[in-house]
Design a binder for this molecule. Structure first.
Ligand code: SF4
Length: 348
């Protein structure tokens, strides 16, 4: 099926275009200080479309505030209130997210589609499993979600509205995978991938990587939003790593490290975490560096096991070996070795 490309502001989604990372504001819109901090962090992490929940007319002021702060396209997330959707369109949002489970009257949707068409604003038809009251197994839930998406899309198409993006999210990995596979097979529109209500952070990370990883590997998805019970910048960073891990873009140098064994005489976990922070602090100069950096627990096997890396350190008590593509460059003091590694990384 020939896939459609839509534009969200100047960003192209769908077809062969790169997968776009979406983020969402979590701070209360009234909490000015933390709001500014969050927006800055989201931008720094690489958020490409920013979604913001609009609950009342007064919230629309946030659009102007955001326009002054960032040049990222804005998606207004509207539930229940179709008039609010019309106001958001008038305000000039770049994309509208509607939930077919709570804005569904044809007369309301007709008004929204008419105005969205005039404004050339795309609509994301976003169904979440939370809106279904009946308990269902994964297959039934997937079918129920896509059915809602299909009928909404059909109605929009009947109004000759085609600037559509779709999404179907559940807390269940299986239901989300199945639903998105069906959407991809049956519809030409870009798909926004994500899970919902992923639970505790560790479990949420696993579910997100698994679900989005499988779908992206199958060629499904034009935008991703990782939902975690954590900060929004972590969601964006996770989305970036999912894409990078699947070769769908390069953002930062990749740190690899051995799992350690009894040969390791240093606290490698601590060193890896420290080096990761050093990389992120220097991300402006390291952004888009498609490099692998290894931190290995011993000199016996370290350089050899990390021979595919571009640069690395293998630790031996108070000394460390600095190596490049498996070949040892020199032995250095363990203390300060991470700074030396960063120095070489920046200059590579
Ligand atoms: S690199 Fe050394 S410390 Fe790390 S797992 Fe291999 S043998 Fe063990």
């Amino acid at each position: 099926m020939r896939k459609k490309v839509i534009k969200v502001s100047n960003l192209k989604l769908g077809g062969k275009n790169s997968i776009v990372i979406k983020g969402m504001i979590k701070t209360s819109l009234e909490d000015n200080k933390n709001f500014l901090k969050e927006v800055k962090l989201l931008k720094q992490e690489g958020c490409q479309i920013l979604r913001v929940a609009i609950e009342k007319e007064g919230d629309l002021k946030v659009i102007d505030r955001l326009r002054k702060l960032i040049d990222i396209p804005l998606e207004a997330d509207i539930h229940f209130n179709y008039r609010l959707a019309l106001s958001a369109l008038e305000k000039g949002v770049d994309c509208l997210r509607l939930n077919p489970l709570n804005i569904y009257k044809k007369s309301h949707l007709t008004k929204i589609a008419k105005l969205a068409k005039e404004k050339s604003t795309p609509i994301r038809v976003g169904v979440n499993s939370g809106g279904f009251k009946k308990r269902m197994d994964s297959r039934e839930l997937a079918q129920a979600m896509v059915k809602k998406v299909f009928s909404y899309v059909e109605f929009l198409e009947s109004l000759n509205f085609k600037r559509i993006m779709v999404s179907a999210k559940a807390e269940s990995c299986l239901a989300t995978i199945l639903a998105n596979q069906i959407l991809y097979k049956k519809l030409p529109y870009p798909i926004h991938l994500g899970l919902t209500a992923t639970g505790p952070l560790y479990e949420g990370l696993i579910k997100s990587c698994l679900t989005l990883g499988i779908l992206i590997y199958q060629g499904i998805g034009s935008a991703i939003r990782v939902s975690l019970n954590s900060s929004s910048w972590e969601e964006v960073r996770t989305a970036g790593w999912i894409l990078q891990s699947l070769g769908k873009g390069y953002f930062y140098p990749e740190i690899i490290s051995c799992p350690t064994c009894s040969r390791c005489k240093v606290d490698l976990k601590k060193k890896v975490e420290k080096f990761k922070e050093m990389v992120y602090k220097n991300k402006d100069s390291l952004y888009n560096k498609n490099m692998k950096v290894a931190l290995m627990g011993c000199v016996v096997n370290g350089p050899g096991e990390a021979s595919t890396s571009d640069l690395g350190l293998a630790f031996a008590g108070r000394r460390a070996l600095l190596f490049k593509r498996g070949k040892i460059i020199k032995a250095i003091e363990e203390r300060g070795s991470l700074d030396t590694l960063l120095y070489f990384l920046k200059r590579s």
